[in-house]
Design a protein around this ligand. Structure first.
Ligand SMILES: *[C@@H]1O[C@H](CO)[C@@H](O)[C@H](O)[C@H]1NC(C)=O
Ligand SMILES: [Ca+2]
Ligand SMILES: [Ca+2]
Length: 550
């Protein structure tokens, strides 16, 4: 059962790796209680006063169910906070945490001014006896339903012509795949070879159509011989760019309404930011809940050739592992229409979950099983991609860098809690996204790195003799080590390149450098792999402006 706000984020957090479990409940409750106490401190009000306003900080869609949750729990929470001013202890007394040895907040952490204030009154009823609340539907269930709708198929919810391209942004819309320029006719969509030179209308949504004064179609003149190529990402939460705003842990920002303004779209985006990701990012606008520079392989391809405008598909799904990756092909638009589609630069990137699926060092996927999964996927890819496509396989990350970089930094939760403490707590309650890398146990971290290298070697072996019909294939290591070298050389803290909240993913800054080094390395190590610059770019811009934007 969930409280106030953080449950939202944490539910999403847990969904991205695995289904939420009883252990996630403990984590969610503890963090939410910590935030509730922080708000009481910041405002110098009682816990009861916080509960009075709590649901006003959430979007209206969640108001009613929030109110029910508050009415159920507030009485007990106020009572327990008076007895012992510590979120871990309160969560345990509520029966939501079963293991008293797992503690996030330091034992003597009594930062809260409120106990005196709290004693005044408690208009909420306490329900100590009633362990199993009879809420009609918990917030958890509500949100899970919402996410299931989107997340089951990972295709847009309302798509009139059913071609997987739509005109709205979230819900697997144009933040994920180029915006549709006609949502009624299914042949018209980004990434296709133009119909009849697009003389009459723009059939592939790249903003180029019509003909010049000599009667020559602009598509024929500018694009036909330019080797257009789209970008497609088949991968995991790094490819989808998973990001939980640290602002959601900042009581002052919550009071300022940050959740109210942004949390629904975060849910509709599965907590992903593909429009700012290293693979398919294009959105350079600023946002209150994500900051940093944007660059991507798609943007580089677009800069090279304006004919590629809107030709991107980010099909990545949080938590993806090699054994499920073939499922992503179900939603590629090229399926069954290879001849009508332009070739794509396709990223195969599953940079960690195969390792993180292991709970201990004896539990890793074998190289043989991994090879089988990858080959099966590559075979299917050959039946999906347009002839002339390129596939870039990105290797596993050396995940011990995460711990090395962050372990002694303070987490956005505050209260002096370091990442090392958070990681151990997550393992303790059974809610860690990656027990084997996010741990103080360096035997485990090193073993995980070693196994990641073994899996990378499988990729390298496959590259040597795998000969598909419709595409060429290349392998590049995940450039995290290279990125760290650059940060170190410049005297920058590499923590900036990592996600502050989960301590696990590349941040916006990290995504930017990922794009930069993958693009550079691709061009250095595989020259000629990608099409050349289009000499007509300037003319296209002059005639078609921003080509309809994104
Ligand atoms: C680290 O984990 C290994 C198992 O992988 C275990 O044998 C060892 O005792 C652990 N070390 C510590 C310090 O807990
Ligand atoms: Ca459509
Ligand atoms: Ca066109």
């Amino acid at each position: 059962m969930k409280f106030g706000f953080l449950f939202l984020i944490l539910i999403i957090f847990s969904i991205s790796y695995k289904q939420a479990t009883a252990s996630d409940k403990c984590l969610e409750a503890t963090l939410a209680l910590g935030i509730i106490r922080d708000i009481a401190d910041v405002e110098m009000i009682s816990i009861e006063d916080v509960f009075d306003k709590l649901c006003d900080y959430l979007p209206v869609e969640l108001y009613e169910v929030c109110l029910k949750t508050v009415n159920h729990y507030a009485g007990d929470v106020i009572q327990y906070f008076m007895e012992e001013d510590n979120p871990d202890s309160v969560a345990q007394k509520l029966g939501l945490c079963k293991q008293p040895q797992c503690r996030l907040y330091p034992k003597g952490d009594q930062s809260h001014f409120g106990p005196q204030l709290d004693k005044k009154e408690n208009k909420y009823t306490t329900k100590r006896a009633e362990k199993d609340p009879k809420l009609t539907k918990s917030i958890w269930e509500l949100i899970k339903e919402e996410i299931d709708k989107i997340a089951k198929e990972h295709v847009p919810i309302v798509d009139l012509d059913n071609d997987h391209f739509v005109t709205y942004k979230t819900l697997r819309g144009s933040n994920w795949r180029g915006k549709d320029c006609n949502d009624v006719v299914s042949g018209i969509k980004p990434g296709t070879v133009p119909l009849n030179g697009d003389i009459d209308y723009d059939s592939n949504c790249n903003g180029i159509s019509g003909r010049d004064s000599d009667g020559v179609s602009y598509e024929d003149k500018f694009c036909k011989d330019s080797q257009p190529m789209g970008v497609m990402v088949l991968g995991d939460s790094v490819g989808a760019h998973f990001h939980i705003p640290p602002e959601y842990f900042d009581s002052q920002k919550i009071l300022d309404g940050v959740l109210k303004r942004t949390v629904m779209s975060l849910i509709e985006m599965e907590a992903d930011w593909p429009h700012k990701s290293y693979g398919t990012g294009f959105d350079l606008s600023s946002s209150e809940v994500i900051t940093g520079p944007v660059n991507s392989l798609y943007l580089e391809m677009w800069k090279r050739n304006r004919c590629n405008h809107r030709n991107y598909q980010n099909l990545a799904v949080n938590g993806m592992e090699s054994k499920h990756i073939y499922k992503l092909l179900e939603t590629t638009v090229n399926k069954g229409e290879q001849k009508q589609a332009y070739p794509t630069l396709t990223l195969l990137e599953i940079v960690g979950n195969d390792i993180c699926a292991a709970k201990n060092v004896d539990d890793f996927i074998t190289p043989e099983d991994f090879r089988k999964n990858v080959i099966a996927f590559l075979d299917q890819l050959d039946e999906t991609l347009a002839p002339g496509s390129k596939v870039l396989t990105v290797g596993f990350v050396m995940g011990s860098i995460l711990y090395d970089t962050l372990h002694d930094h303070i987490h956005p939760i505050g209260h002096g809690i370091t990442y090392a403490q958070l990681y151990e707590y997550l393992i303790c309650v059974g809610a860690s996204p990656c027990d084997i890398w996010l741990t103080t146990n360096n035997t485990n971290r090193n073993a995980a790195d070693k196994h990641a290298q073994i899996l990378n070697d499988v990729y390298i072996e496959i590259m040597k003799d795998y000969k598909p019909t419709n595409y060429e294939i290349a392998y590049l290591p995940f450039p995290l080590i290279q990125m760290r070298e650059v940060f170190t050389k410049n005297g920058w803290d590499f923590a900036q390149a990592l996600e502050a909240v989960d301590g696990f993913h590349p941040s916006q800054t990290g995504q930017y450098y990922l794009a930069k080094y993958l693009w550079e390395n691709l061009n250095n190590e595989y020259p000629g792999f990608l099409p050349p610059e289009n000499p007509y770019n300037e003319e296209i811009e002059k005639i078609f402006g921003d080509q309809g934007g994104f």
